[in-house]
Design a protein around this ligand. Sequence first.
Ligand SMILES: [Zn+2]
Length: 338
Amino acid sequence: MCQEHKTIGNPSHFEGTEQEKTTAHAVDGTFAQYTQGMKFFDPHVHMTSRTTDDYQALADAGVVALIEPAFWLGQPRTGLASFKDYFASLVGWERFRSSQFGIKHYCTIGLNSREANHEALAEQVMEILPLFLQKEGVVGVGEIGFDDQTAAEEKYYRAQLELAKEMNLPVQVHTPHRDKKKGTERSMAIAIEHGIAPNMVIIDHNNEETVKSVLDQGFYAAFTIYPFTKMGNERMVEIVKHYGPERIMVNSAADWGISDPLAIPKTAALLKIEEVQAEHIRLLTYQNALDAFAQSGQIQETDFINGLEIDQTQKFNGNTILRGGQAPRINKDSLIIR
Ligand SMILES: [Zn+2]
């Protein structure tokens, strides 16, 4: 099975197991009738890879804030400048783009596990990480951890845990698909070895196999609802029914592969249909992520709870999301008439 996965070229957000591929299902397009008035926080979504239509759909579905973890681009970077520009875009242009749809954008910064294997470049990236980790709106070190579980991945995972400790930032841990259980246990054991409090660590991409140990050891357990790989949201409902909402959060991890940025509202709808109580849905799809990453000291709920002021006539370094002749979408309640 593992060999089979290795032959798949260029997987998207990291490929899933055969079982996961066959058990994932999508919720149909009527989710919004169940989620009226709900607000959502997506703690893992790669908006750089998404369109303005996605931003609009997220805003319409009630997503008020999100976190964009630094990851790989689908192909290896060839130099430090690519990392620099990418990190700068996460705290710059992408944040601006998000604001134009009324969504508060945060990010985590880190050296992803795949590119930790390019050691010469990894060394250079480690040098620029402290600079970016200090930027406003950077709410953690992430996404870091294991992919193939190599020695180089472990080396840079440990080095970045030390950075997180020094800077008192939460850690967003990517767990591998191959040997997930082993990789997850190893990620947690190393974090503890480095003296990081489990409540400062968000273990991501959990499944039925890993969740109990993650919660028992006091870590946050994030679940990626991702079509065909990772978790389907029907499975998520079962996990919630079994474990309750404490320290569990869901995310979309939407990226440049086939993925669904509306995974959180759709899961909330399914939880509601399955009669999970409203307060538990709120914890799973909003509050727990907020609590976990607010430990960075970089999140003020008052910044987004009532929505951001949208003014699409604004510019970022002279650039706008509008194209020639387009009319801006301005908050209807805005006092200004143009
Ligand atoms: Zn990711």
